[in-house]
Design a protein around this ligand. Structure first.
Ligand SMILES: [Zn+2]
Length: 175
C-alpha cells in the first residue's frame, strides 16, 4: 500500500526532522514503508526556492530545465522563461486575443463560428462603420518599435480608434 503526495512543512531543519520522525513512527505502526529515497527537500524563503534541492544526499539542479538560467519556480515557468516566451507564451497571448476578437465580432453581429476556439481572426474585417484589425502595424510619424497592437477597432461614424494589447503578467509582477 502506498501513501502519495505527502508534504511536510517545517519552519526550520529541526521542525522538519521532528515531523519526519512522527511520520516514520506512524508509518511503522501501520506497516507502511517510509520511502525517504523518493523524497525531495526544498528550502523556500518568501515564496522563492533557495539554492539547490536535496534528495537525501544527492544534489539536484534547481535551475529551470529549459533555459538553465533561472530557478525553476512557478513564477518562472508561468511567465519568466525565455525559452517558453518564444512559442508557448505567444500562443497563450494569441488564444486570449482570439477570444476577445470572437466576442467583438459577436457584439458587432457578424457571423462567427459556434465556439470561440474555432474562430480564426481575419487580418482586416469591415462591418458597416467599424473596421476590425488583427495584428496590424500602426504607421506613425515618428518610428515606434512596438507598433503592432493585438486588436484595433476603428469606428468611422464615431471617429474613434480603440487599441487593444494584451499582456499576461504573473501577479507578482503586478502587485
Ligand atoms: Zn527557464
Amino acid at each position: 500500500m502506498y501513501i502519495d503526495d505527502l508534504k511536510l512543512l517545517g519552519r526550520n531543519e529541526n521542525d522538519l526532522e521532528n515531523e519526519m520522525k512522527i511520520v516514520q513512527t506512524i508509518s511503522k505502526d501501520i506497516n507502511i514503508k517510509f520511502g525517504l529515497e523518493k523524497c525531495a527537500r526544498i528550502r523556500v524563503k518568501r515564496g522563492s526556492v533557495q539554492g539547490k534541492m536535496h534528495v537525501l544526499k544527492e544534489e539536484i539542479e534547481s535551475k529551470c530545465r529549459l533555459c538553465k538560467q533561472h530557478e525553476e519556480t512557478i513564477d518562472h515557468l508561468t511567465s519568466g522563461c525565455p525559452i517558453l516566451a518564444k512559442n508557448e507564451y505567444l500562443m497563450r497571448n494569441d488564444k486570449v486575443c482570439t477570444h476577445l476578437h470572437y466576442s467583438i465580432c459577436k457584439a458587432l453581429g457578424t457571423e462567427t463560428t459556434d465556439k470561440w476556439y474555432t474562430h480564426i481572426p481575419k487580418p482586416v474585417c469591415e462591418y458597416g462603420d467599424v473596421t476590425l484589425l488583427w495584428n496590424q502595424a500602426v504607421h506613425t510619424d515618428r518610428e515606434v518599435a512596438a507598433n503592432m497592437p493585438d486588436i484595433i477597432i476603428k469606428n468611422k461614424k464615431e471617429k474613434t480608434c480603440t487599441l487593444i494589447d494584451v499582456a499576461i503578467p504573473a501577479d507578482r509582477n503586478v502587485v
